[in-house]
Design a protein around this ligand. Structure first.
Ligand code: SAM
Length: 246
């Protein structure tokens, strides 16, 4: 998968792409990352990328021309790449979920536009953007962190990035929140690891984990339980349903 990010401050993103699992995925060729500085496409002496909003009001708006020039340059350079999807993270977008991460993980090329100030000129959204996604019901000062949140949720689902077993029982993968984890030592500050996890009895451990998942989801996110039941029903209806024989 190729990821292109358009930003006024690409240096914010550089460390992420140069570190940890993402850096390894780039090294292996599973991922290709491209950071584009929108300011490189501003044409005036001061390389201006923002202006006051028509109609008045506070703040500034990211101008259409430098953004359009940056987007055109990415599009023409990747003419051979099919299926580029352009995403504008914004608090006024649809709420991004694990389901969106799974959907986007099969795309060939994702392009993110990082907003600043009051956001970007609406005509860029009208002309170039495929989807507007919000990472939550709060307002960040810029789109770099929101873009990284989406990128991070997406790329870890791509085959070969992390071990697929790690993804199976994760929070939100089947609608429930995950069970608690423990590692050595057995006793920490008087708190002991639950006996069942030391028993070596796999069926019992599985039952205990399922019960904790339901308990935690009911306590923290009861709204997710109905969705989880829907996913379970759907899977058990598949010819090779993941629930069958378990
Ligand atoms: N005026 C905008 C509004 O009220 O909807 C908020 C603009 S915000 C200060 C600047 C930029 O941060 C946005 O253009 C967007 O790219 C990003 N951003 C802020 N909060 C976000 C969120 N919850 N989800 C996704 N992007 C967000």
């Amino acid at each position: 998968m190729k990821i292109t990010v358009l930003s006024l401050f690409p240096e914010i993103l550089e460390a992420y792409f140069a570190s940890s699992i993402m850096a390894k995925a780039i090294e292996r060729g599973t991922m290709v990352a491209e950071l584009v500085n929108i300011r490189d496409f501003a044409t005036d002496r001061h390389r201006t990328c923002d202006d006051a909003p028509y109609g008045g009001g506070p703040g500034m708006v990211m101008k259409a021309e430098p953004l359009a020039a940056a987007l055109d340059s990415v599009q023409s350079a990747s003419a051979a790449t099919e299926g580029m999807r352009t995403i504008y993270p914004t608090p006024s977008g649809r709420l991004f979920t694990q389901h969106d991460a799974e959907r986007l993980a099969v795309e060939e090329h994702l392009l993110f536009i990082c907003g600043r100030y009051e956001g970007i000129d609406q005509r860029i959204v009208d002309l170039y953007v495929d989807e507007e996604l919000s990472i939550g019901d709060y307002v960040l000062s810029s789109g770099e962190i929101a873009s990284l949140a989406i990128i991070d949720a997406v790329y870890r689902l791509i085959d070969g990035v992390i071990r697929s077993e790690s993804l199976i029982e994760e929070s939100h993968s089947a609608g429930l929140l995950e069970y608690p984890h423990y590692t050595r030592p057995e006793v920490f500050r008087g708190l002991k690891v639950p006996d069942v996890l030391l028993s070596g009895h796999h069926a019992e451990i599985k039952r205990w984990r399922s019960a904790r998942m339901r308990e935690k989801t009911k306590a923290v996110r009861p709204d997710l339980l109905a969705e989880s039941e829907r996913i379970c029903d759907e899977r058990s209806e598949e010819p090779n349903g993941r629930n069958q024989g378990n």
